[in-house]
Design a protein around this ligand. Structure first.
Ligand code: ATP
Ligand code: MG
Length: 503
């Protein structure tokens, strides 16, 4: 026995077991595209952060018999097999707090906007258990998107999960951004989480939010398409923890995941590299679970738990309008409804390209303002009848009076539902416009004058019914029949001026 070993042996003999400090040091066995197999860390835990040389970080993602599977959270280019890995004994967590508002960060909380590290005192693990059922309250407050087609036909409530899905370039991100912009005057805090997106697309989002003056109440978390797949995988969980912090302060939070298709792809890549058996479309068997676990964290808390809420708008992109592919069907089944964007409508220039027939909101209707809810029934009925009649009317030249009236009404509704970017409309203004639409006041207005007519209606409403408008929005008041009749008359007069100007 060498001197050294002898010394060691006697040192060990004189120590009790609790005195002995053993630092586990792992060794990278193999590396492949953003993942590694590390052995020598028998006590490493799931989701524990490991550090490597040059402050490169990884997370334990799989526990094997004699090794652990690691996904990298920073670029592992400088690492090679044989390099050391150190345990931190900490699960991955993210800083949370008000200092993140107005900032662009990565899922580890590191600034991407060229400013200093945000100063926060708290941090939350990125994986947290979802709120227990007993702490949850029903959805009862609307989350206005400002987009007429959504707030009327597919209303969203605070605490709801509503999927936005559609092919590439159909305006999915635009809907999310308009919804954030519409929160300018509300108390809702917004979180935009970009996963696997092009840098130019994310830069545009940041620019749009800045220009609209809502960046100060938004946190932007980015794991772009060029960042390690591990970072893309953890991004939505980190973003959700940041959102939960605000929710637990009693605030209402809106979170956008743009998009979960890219998230699923990043997870598939990691799983295949870590040799998890592939299933349908080569996704690992737990792909459903990773999204369910994420979206289950959105909720509306009961009053005694602060009454905060987390509303999620996950985005999924489809290929060739195939909503029955694996990821879309999974997420459709986890969410409380979906907003379906049609590539066909987009090509026709009907924007936003929302297919109202294939879109649904399962819980938001209860939260809709009473004055609004009473307008939606007739609106939906007329629109559905119109869509049916329209395809049929193409073949006949002679239409009876009733059918042509219905066609006119349908065309007016369709025109009203068109809406440009960055022009969210407050709920009471939407109510005014739909009151006029339902009363048939827009039936004879030429389509190219519909916008002007809407402005006229809103102006008349604002001037004459300011107090009533406030009551409708804040006190959930529904106008009486007499009030409605009077309002319609006011609109009629205002519109007749517009019509006479026309001549
Ligand atoms: P990707 O699949 O690439 O993420 P996307 O579905 O998120 O695309 P967007 O980027 O939101 O689509 O929109 C695509 C284009 O359509 C953008 O140039 C956007 O400005 C335009 N667009 C979207 N909605 C509208 C609208 N209501 N009015 C005018 N232009 C719109
Ligand atoms: Mg997009």
């Amino acid at each position: 026995m060498t001197e050294q070993k002898k010394a060691l042996k006697s040192a060990v003999k004189n120590k009790s077991a609790s005195d002995i400090q053993v630092d586990e040091i792992g060794i990278i066995q193999s590396l492949s595209a953003g993942t590694a197999e590390v052995n020598g860390l028998p006590f490493a835990q799931m989701n524990e952060v490991l550090t490597f040389k040059n402050n490169i970080k990884g997370m334990v993602q799989k526990l094997n018999k004699n090794s652990v599977g690691v996904v990298f959270l920073s670029n592992p280019e400088e690492l090679t097999a044989g390099d050391k890995a150190y345990r931190t004994e900490q699960v991955l967590s993210v800083p949370v707090g008000d200092a993140l508002l107005g900032r662009v960060i990565n899922p580890l909380g590191e600034p991407l906007d060229g400013l200093d590290f945000p100063i926060t005192t708290d941090s939350y693990p990125i994986e947290r258990p979802a709120t227990p059922i007993m702490h949850r309250a029903p959805v009862n407050t609307p989350l206005q998107t400002g987009i007429k087609a959504i707030d009327s036909f597919i209303p969203i409530g605070r605490g709801q999960r509503e999927l936005i899905l559609g092919d590439r370039q159909t305006g999915k991100t635009a809907i999310a951004i308009d919804t954030i912009i519409n929160q300018k005057e509300t108390d809702v805090i917004c979180i935009y989480c970009a996963i696997g997106q092009r840098a130019t697309a994310t830069a545009r989002v940041i620019n749009d939010l800045t220009m609209a003056g809502v960046i100060h109440k938004t946190v932007i978390i980015v794991a772009g398409g060029d960042s390690p797949a591990g970072l893309q995988y953890v991004a939505p969980y980190a973003a959700t923890s940041i959102g939960e912090y605000f929710m637990e302060q009693g605030k209402d939070v809106l979170i956008i995941y743009d998009d979960l298709t890219a998230h699923a792809r990043a997870y598939r890549q990691l799983s295949l590299l870590l040799r998890t058996p592939p299933g349908r479309e080569a996704f690992p068997g737990d792909i459903f679970y990773i999204h369910a676990r994420l979206l289950e964290r959105s909720t509306h808390l009961r009053e005694q738990f602060g009454g905060g809420s987390l509303t999620a708008l996950p985005i999924v992109s489809t290929e060739a309008s195939n909503i029955s592919a694996y990821i879309p069907t999974n997420i459709i089944s986890i969410t409380d409804g979906q907003i379906y964007l049609s590539a066909e409508s987009f090509q026709k220039g009907m924007l936003p390209a929302i297919d109202t027939g294939r879109s649904v909101s399962r819980v938001g209707g209860d939260a809709q303002l009473p004055a609004y809810r009473s307008l939606v029934g007739p609106l939906k009925l007329f629109y559905a009848q119109f869509e049916e009649l329209e395809s049929f009317a193409r073949f006949s030249t002679q239409l009876d009076a009733e059918s042509s009236r219905r066609i006119k009404r349908g065309e007016a509704i369709r025109a009203v539902l068109q809406q440009g970017l960055f022009h969210p409309m407050p709920a009471v203004h939407q109510i005014a416009v739909f009151m006029a639409t339902n009363a048939g006041l827009l039936d004879d207005i030429p389509i190219d004058k519909i916008n002007e007519a809407q402005e006229t209606i809103i102006r008349a409403f604002q001037t004459k019914y300011r107090v009533l408008a406030r009551k409708i929005a804040e006190k959930k008041y529904k106008p009486t029949e007499n009030e409605t009749a009077e309002i319609i008359e006011t609109f009629q007069k205002a519109l007749s001026v517009l019509k006479s100007e026309d001549k």
